[in-house]
Design a binder for this molecule. Structure first.
Ligand code: NDP
Length: 327
């Protein structure tokens, strides 16, 4: 049998962690042929709860799960990691300024970046889910100088999936009829869900729906869907976030289908005027375990303005963490 792939999950006792771990154990993260060994990281106060989840994972009797270990020490948790899902983060609490939020997360993602640098496997792939995800990924990446920067990514796949679902509903088609939707920028309310190049059954989506709906309903609904879920469910989205994390890593490892692309926040190489080094969402394809930015797309004036606004927010976040000495 194949040697197990080590998958480290932080915030393992949280809501997203609970939805994510069982899907990883069942083989949905890497594929039905790949055994996995889970390494769960939690803060000391939540270790016991993570151990409880580990017991439940054992009770799942998953044929592909070769073991579960629980840690409260990042160095140990990331030792030998092939895939790292950084879910645990410090949420914004009432009265917290953005600087405080960034600082609290710097205290989490800096040591995790260092631990990945020190001990992760040579093929390590990192997905940051915990918010502010793009900037948390930037912090971790900047503390892992020996790991290629393109191994650090942040999740905009949930935004991408939300966009597909909204379009499918509006057009009365299955999500599988849609191709080439893009999320640009930051995983925040400034993100830009872009259908300029999107196709429905091979035809232009932009021509199939009216512009007013796109600008006044679709874009804000996708960007604010997280708040809508909290309002209706009474708790933040967890299973859909876990599902998107599965999709992101699965595609990264196994490749994206020919003739389509997806969205992921990756370290910019300067494409589309996004300053190099920022972790920003782009239209991407994956092959051979590497993301590539889809090149040569025409960006109209409306899209330019939306992309620039979200990238400006990422630049501000980067400058703020720089001033705080976190990168
Ligand atoms: P969740 O599991 O619900 O969320 C975890 C993180 O994912 C949050 O930062 C959350 O951001 C983010 N997130 C990203 N996208 C989404 C989305 N679409 N919907 C919802 N959340 C999203 O949080 P819990 O509080 O249940 O669990 C967090 C766990 O992490 C706790 O068990 C805590 O102990 C742990 N933790 C572990 C650390 C570590 O391992 N070192 C460090 C810090 C915390 P947002 O808050 O903006 O919704």
């Amino acid at each position: 049998a194949e040697t197990p792939v080590n998958v480290t999950v932080t915030g393992a006792a949280g809501q997203i962690g609970y939805a994510l771990l069982f899907r990883i154990a069942s083989g949905q993260l890497l594929g039905a042929q790949t055994p996995v060994r889970l390494r769960l990281l939690e803060i000391p106060a939540a270790v016991r709860a993570a151990e409880g989840t580990a017991l439940e994972l054992q009770d799942g009797a998953f044929p592909l799960l070769s073991g579960v270990d629980v840690f409260d020490n990042p160095k140990a948790a990331f030792d030998g990691a092939n895939v790292a899902l950084l879910v645990g983060a410090r949420p914004r609490t009432k009265g917290m300024e953005r600087g405080d939020l960034l600082e609290a997360n710097g205290g989490i993602f800096k040591p995790q970046g260092e631990a990945i640098n020190a001990g992760a496997a040579a093929d390590i792939k990192v997905l940051v889910v915990g918010n502010p995800a793009n900037t948390n990924a930037l912090i971790a990446q900047s503390h892992a100088p020996d790991v290629p920067a393109d191994r650090f990514t942040a999740m905009t796949r949930l935004d991408h999936n939300r966009a597909l679902a909204q379009l499918a509903g509006k057009l009365g088609v299955s999500v599988s009829a849609l191709k080439k939707v893009t999320i640009w920028g930051n995983h925040s309310a400034t993100q830009y869900p872009d259908v300029s190049h999107a196709l429905v059954e091979g035809r232009s989506v932009a021509e199939a729906v009216d512009r007013g709906w796109l600008v006044d309903e679709f874009i804000p609904r996708v960007a604010k869907r997280g708040a809508e879920i909290i309002e209706v469910r009474g708790a933040s989205s967890a299973a859909s976030a876990a599902s998107a994390a599965i999709d992101h890593v699965y595609d990264w490892v196994n490749g994206t289908p020919e003739g389509d692309w997806t969205s992921a926040a990756i370290v910019s190489d300067g494409s589309y005027g996004v300053p190099a080094g920022l972790v920003s969402s782009f239209p991407v394809t994956s092959a051979g375990g590497k993301w590539e930015i889809v090149q040569g797309l025409e960006v109209d004036e409306f899209s330019r303005g939306r992309i620039d606004a979200s990238v400006a927010e990422l630049t501000e976040e980067r400058d703020a963490v720089q001033r705080l000495g976190l990168i």
